[in-house]
Design a binder for this molecule. Structure first.
Ligand code: ZN
Length: 71
């Protein structure tokens, strides 16, 4: 296990899955769920998969942490 981010290919996911991840977000800045994100990137850090993008509402970074249930 490493502290380095390992990039993964978000675009390799199927369209329904991508759409779900892009819609189901939590923005700390807006304090609101499911505002959506743009510019998603996917990476693994410490064995956890993250999808990071920008809030469609305010443009601040939003991160979705994938638990095992999401795989
Ligand atoms: Zn926001």
């Amino acid at each position: 296990m490493t502290d380095e981010r390992q990039m993964r290919d978000f675009e390799a996911r199927d369209d329904a899955e991508k759409l779900a991840f892009l819609e189901h977000t939590w923005c700390d800045n807006c304090q609101q769920a499911n505002l959506g994100m743009t510019d998603p990137v996917e990476y693994v850090l410490k064995g956890i998969v993250f999808i990071e993008g920008r809030c469609r509402q305010c443009g601040q970074p939003v991160v979705t942490e994938l638990t095992d249930d999401d795989f």
